[in-house]
Design a protein around this ligand. Structure first.
Ligand code: OAD
Length: 236
């Protein structure tokens, strides 16, 4: 039997119930930090120490949180022989992986990695006992290193693969994103006309005209349980 291809596209909301702040909700990260200072290429050039410290704080927080039921249910679906599951995420946390998901494509980088400022393809993993970085940090190859984060005003190298995955999806599930940041927000328009789209979010953005869209106006954990029931019924 042909497997149903399910592609998830997740944003900060999928990690909210783990205790990770979203960006644009009330009291979100971008309300408390000057976004262009801590998360743009220009901000990094102007004050790299500030940017390193911002991501050090994000890593410290990441070590204190755990994947939630939504991350776990996504990983569980991938174990089901009826489904072929891929995850595209805008998140820089590693909660999908820690929940057991193996096929995760990070669009905006990864907190637990650093990369060379001279060569974007030279990437090193950080370990949990070595999460603090500074502008003085050097990689094993001697290069100065920076957070492995796609800053505002930088290209999103993984978007081409993500668009391909979206185009192959039979079911496309968007979870917890305000769809405010492109090109990630455009993935919902890369799917085939017959692809079923679900958008799980307690406060979904207005997506305009999109065919075959079902909005599940719930938090990620509750919405994922509802989605599992729908998928079960679909694949009987
Ligand atoms: P946002 O903060 O823009 O949006 C978070 C979304 O999650 C909103 O639509 C909320 O309604 C929803 N939400 C809140 N709690 C939820 C819950 N428990 N379950 C499900 N949804 C919930 O975050 P993103 O759309 O992910 O980029 O932001 C996109 C990008 O903007 C981020 O990757 C980041 C940021 O600038 C970089 O840092 C490069």
């Amino acid at each position: 039997m042909k497997k149903l291809k399910i592609v998830f596209s997740t944003g900060a909301g999928v990690s909210a119930e783990s205790g990770v702040k979203t960006f644009r909700d009330a009291d979100g990260l971008w309300e408390n930090y000057p976004v262009m200072q801590v998360a743009s290429a220009e901000g990094f050039a102007a004050d790299p120490a500030l940017v390193h410290e911002f991501y050090n704080a994000r890593r410290r927080q990441l070590l204190e949180v755990e994947p939630n039921e939504a991350h776990r249910l996504i990983a569980e679906l991938a174990e089901d022989p009826r489904f072929d599951v891929k995850v595209i995420t805008q998140n820089v946390d590693d909660l999908h992986e820690r929940a057991g998901s193996k096929d995760v494509l990070h669009l905006h980088g990864e907190l637990m990695k650093i990369r060379s400022v001279k060569d974007e393809d030279y990437i090193e993993d950080l370990s949990v006992d070595d999460i603090e970085t500074t502008p003085e940090r050097r990689g094993r190859n001697g290069h100065p290193m920076r957070p492995h984060i796609v800053f505002f005003n930088e290209a999103v190298p993984n978007i081409t693969v993500a668009m391909q995955l979206a185009a192959e999806a039979d079911v496309f599930v968007v979870i917890g994103t305000s769809l405010a940041v492109y090109p990630a927000a455009g993935l919902i328009r890369c799917v085939r006309r017959d692809t079923k789209i679900y958008y799980i979010d307690p406060n979904p953005a207005n997506v305009g005209m999109v065919e075959n869209l079902t909005i599940i106006r719930e938090k990620a954990t509750v919405g994922m349980k509802k989605l599992m029931d729908i998928l079960d019924a679909k694949s009987q």
